[in-house]
Design a protein around this ligand. Structure first.
Ligand code: PLP
Length: 372
């Protein structure tokens, strides 16, 4: 029987996104109790979810029989309040099922069949996977030594390939933790050709401690064809409910609105995000945890011979100086889930996020046994 192909040819070479290994799966496979496991693999918030978000979810539960508000009115209203000093209005905002969905919508609605995106490498692998799953191509521009963002390299790539339509900048970057400030951003935007769509991913923005920060909201409102993305998954501890948003160019938001599903942001996610935006106390605690624990995590890893880089996020990239894939199951056996970086072209690296003190004790015990 000669059947037509099931899917497009470009799916044949498409890898599946490898998420951090779940706690439940690790517990099952290694015969461990769930509370013995330190998951440091997905840059989640180890403080749990924002309590005000949880209360808002509980209050919204009795209305689960109704479809969500497809326009996400109250969430947009809360975001407009949050960004009132920028003059943000409803039509600057696109709430979504995590920023992951914003990325998917961008690939679907912005790129014509032969157009490409450009990314610095290594960076969040979802940009590439979403782009390729839409049959579009990715141009990789290697980061400068020590994982810094080079302006020249990206501008040269864009100028030498007229098919590049959209460039993604994660600030701070995942998995490197790299960060650029206002001066860097000013130069980049000034040199970026005006027809290039600029996507600024600020998933970890709330953790940035450095001075002279680039202001992602005014950049997105000030430059046409620019969208900044923010998420509730990290600093607000809401990764499980899936809510993030794009903010910026009205024409882009209008386009993305046509591409999205009618109820892309579910009612519990909308309620949770509104609750979280009121939870300043939780946000401060999340930031403080990172600020207090990051230096100790870095010192500890370096003490075991793992090279690390400065990070403005809730995680560190570590070079274990030996292939990490064989070490990965050994850490799992000890109840520590790290994130191998082989899929990012960094076979001796793993990413490690900030944990609680108990998580870190477990990590050090595992390091002692495996690396010591
Ligand atoms: C740089 C970056 N952008 C976006 C995301 C996706 O976030 P969300 O949970 O909002 O889809 C992540 C998640 O890890 C990330 O690291």
């Amino acid at each position: 029987m000669n059947l037509r192909r099931l899917g497009p040819e470009y799916y044949d070479r498409l890898p599946i996104y490898p998420p951090g290994k779940p706690i439940e799966e690790t517990a099952r496979e290694f015969g461990l109790a769930e509370d013995q496991i330190a998951k440091l693999a997905s840059n989640e918030n180890v403080l749990g979810p924002s309590p005000k978000a949880v209360a808002a979810i509980q209050a919204a539960l009795p209305k689960l029989n109704l479809y969500p508000d497809g326009s996400a009115f109250y969430l947009k209203e809360a975001l407009c309040r949050r960004y009132s000093n920028y003059g943000v209005t409803f039509d600057h905002l696109l709430p979504a099922n995590g920023t992951n969905e914003v990325i998917e919508l961008l690939m679907k609605s912005i790129l014509q069949p032969d157009e490409k995106i450009a990314v610095w490498t290594p960076t969040f692998i979802i940009y590439e996977l979403c782009c390729r799953s839409n049959g579009r191509q990715v141009v990789h521009v290697p980061m400068d030594p020590d994982f810094t963002y080079g302006v020249d390299a990206m501008i040269q790539a864009i100028e030498s390939d007229p098919k590049i339509k959209m460039v993604f900048l994660a600030n701070p970057n995942n998995p490197t933790g790299s960060w650029v400030g206002a001066d860097w951003m000013g130069e980049f935007i000034q040199r970026l050709p005006s027809d290039i769509v600029f996507i600024l991913d600020e998933a970890y923005k709330e953790f940035v401690r450095a001075e002279n920060q680039a202001d992602g909201i005014s950049i997105a409102l000030g430059r046409p064809r620019t969208l900044t993305m923010r998420t509730f998954s990290k600093a607000y501890g809401l990764a499980g409910i899936r809510v993030g948003y794009g903010i910026g160019d009205r024409d882009m938001v209008a386009l993305l609105n046509k591409a999205r599903a009618p109820f892309n942001c579910n009612s519990l996610a909308q309620a949770a995000a509104v609750g979280a935006l009121e939870d300043e106390e939780f946000l401060v605690a999340s930031r403080e945890l990172v600020e207090n624990q990051l230096p100790a995590l870095r010192r500890g890893l370096e003490g075991f011979g793992v090279k690390t880089w400065d990070s403005q996020t809730n995680f560190l990239l570590g070079d274990f100086q030996q292939p990490f894939d064989p070490l990965f199951p050994k850490f799992l056996e000890e109840g520590v889930i790290l994130r191998p970086m082989t899929g990012y072209g960094l076979p001796t690296f793993a990413r490690v996020n900030i944990g609680t003190e108990a998580n870190h004790h477990r990590l050090w015990a595992a390091c002692e046994k495996i690396l010591g």
